[in-house]
Design a protein around this ligand. Structure first.
Ligand SMILES: [Zn+2]
Length: 227
């Protein structure tokens, strides 16, 4: 369920009430913005970092706001064009069907940003399942993923390399493992099943010899959502 929020325009110095792992106003007061929840217009004070994070998680939809998006991982091709945007989510959903639904929801919310809409590929990476969309036809925001990759063993393998225990890894560690996997893919060094999967979807050809960047800010785009 996505909550619609509306920035009040009020900026103050306070503790953030949302406190995601990316929070910048957790323990000491920093710049926060007051947003209104709908329905009921309940006010909540949130730092910019958490506001972005809540939108990226697909939990909030922001009315009439300008957001600078920082996808977890962005892949550019050799010419510097964005080919793939990756959102890494360490979510506690165990059922594949629930993960698929959640992935669709997260993507639909992010498509409100046209920078993401123009990306040829979009990937949501959960700890054990990856979902890939090939953005061939626009305006299919509710579409389920085109390709699914069972990533359990892949993540396990990369975790071992980094001496990370998959059961205890942090969201940042999962991002690191997924970006390692993508770096190998870009350099044609992935495992056989990875390469086969990426070739079938066309992803492999699109990102081959490209570059992998983490937390790069995309251009700000003013966005207004249809209510
Ligand atoms: Zn915060």
């Amino acid at each position: 369920m996505i909550t619609r929020v509306e920035p009040s325009g009020i900026i103050l110095k306070d503790i953030c009430e949302i406190q995601t792992e990316k929070c910048v106003a957790k323990d000491s007061p920093a710049a926060i913005t007051a947003v209104w929840y709908s329905p009921g217009r309940k006010q909540v004070n949130v730092c910019r970092s958490c506001l972005d994070e809540m939108v990226r998680r697909g939990e909030w939809e922001v009315k009439g706001a300008r957001l600078s998006l920082r996808p977890d991982i962005t892949i550019f091709d050799a010419e510097g064009k964005i080919k793939l945007i990756v959102e890494v989510k360490k979510i506690p959903l165990t059922e594949t069907s629930a993960q698929l639904r959640r992935a669709t929801e997260i993507r639909r919310n992010l498509l409100a940003h046209s920078a993401i809409r123009n990306t040829p590929f979009f990937l949501i990476a959960f700890p054990d399942n990856f979902y890939l969309w090939k953005e061939e036809t626009p305006d299919r925001d509710n579409k389920s993923a085109d390709y699914h990759f069972n990533a359990k063993n892949t993540i396990k393998g990369y975790a071992e390399k980094h001496h990370i225990f998959p059961e205890e890894m942090s969201p940042q560690e999962l991002e690191l493992l997924v970006s390692d996997w993508l770096k190998d893919l870009v350099n044609s060094q992935g495992s056989e099943d990875t390469l086969e999967w990426a070739t079938t979807s066309g992803l492999y050809d699109a990102i081959k010899d490209g570059s992998v960047a983490m937390n790069v800010a995309l251009p700000e785009i003013s966005h207004s959502l249809v209510i």
